[in-house]
Design a protein around this ligand. Structure first.
Ligand code: PBE
Length: 268
């Protein structure tokens, strides 16, 4: 019942996502920092996590998930982050665009566009919610670009259109990255004349792909903390184009009806 300790309510389980996600590493750090050694972090995927969350909310059951912002789940459900006084999940995070070392030289137009591209979590949220409501990601990106031609023009203004050059963007099937990658692909193809491959991979290969040149760039590097280990490992072969979004966040998330407000409340 809701008066039981939090651990007993959720069977000492945290519902995680794909093993390579930075948030999984952050959660393991939190488990150490807060002394949650009797807890299990359940591996899965973004899609499995949100399905499990949806089911728990339908039944008004307690649940703790690995969550992040921007994410449609905060518009669909009444959720809250558990406070993280020990800052296991870090502080202010940003999403960076990372390119392979020679992209600037090889393809100045694509590089300049990627360098300019930066948007807000509310803007990304519009695409995420449309996809969640059943729109195909490419369709949702197109609709967004058409409704926000002023933004698209800012990012593409004065850039020389290519005649069918190829570009590969690596990403992981996290809801936020599905939105950004589809939008950038749409703009590169329709406004700048590229043929873009959106290469869906796991988190590790997303970074190694850019480092070894199999991919030209990724829009999905969460820094300074979430992907710190990947960044440290491959940074010599990567070019950081800076944030494409600021003020993002990762942590442990619960429905508001749960009687817990801090990760400290998970200690038995
Ligand atoms: N995320 C979404 C990713 C980065 C983007 C927070 C799930 C991660 O944890 O690696």
């Amino acid at each position: 019942s809701s008066s039981d300790p939090v651990g007993a309510q959720v069977n000492h389980q945290i519902i995680g996502i794909d093993a390579g996600a930075g948030i999984m590493k952050g959660t393991r750090k939190a488990m150490e920092d807060y002394g949650l050694s009797d807890w299990t972090l359940v591996e899965g995927s973004s899609a499995a996590m949100t399905a499990t969350l949806a089911k728990a909310i339908r039944n008004e059951e307690p649940i703790i998930v690995t969550g992040w912002t921007p994410h449609w789940m905060f518009s669909k459900y009444d959720l809250k982050y558990l406070d993280d006084p020990k800052k296991s999940f870090g502080d202010a995070e940003e999403i960076h665009t990372i390119a392979r070392k020679n992209l600037k030289q090889d393809d100045p137009t694509a590089y300049q566009f990627l360098d300019r591209f930066s948007w807000t979590s509310d803007e990304m949220g519009e695409i995420m919610v449309a996809i969640q409501d059943g729109q195909d990601p490419a369709q949702a990106a197109k609709a967004w670009a058409e409704a926000h031609s002023d933004r698209v023009n800012e990012w593409t203004k004065g850039l020389q259109k290519s005649s069918g050059k190829s570009l590969t963007l690596s990403y992981v099937a996290w809801d936020s990255e599905i939105a950004s990658t589809n939008l950038v692909k749409y703009i590169l193809e329709t406004k700048l004349g590229y043929k873009v491959t959106a290469l869906q991979v796991e988190a590790g290969p997303m970074f190694t792909g850019v480092a070894n040149g199999d991919a030209d760039a990724t829009l999905a590097a969460w820094l300074p903390l979430t992907h710190a280990d990947y960044w440290e490992k491959y940074k010599a072969k990567l070019d950081d184009l800076g944030p494409n979004m600021e003020g993002v966040k990762v942590g442990l998330v619960v429905p508001k009806y749960m009687n817990a407000s801090s990760i400290e409340d998970m200690v038995d």
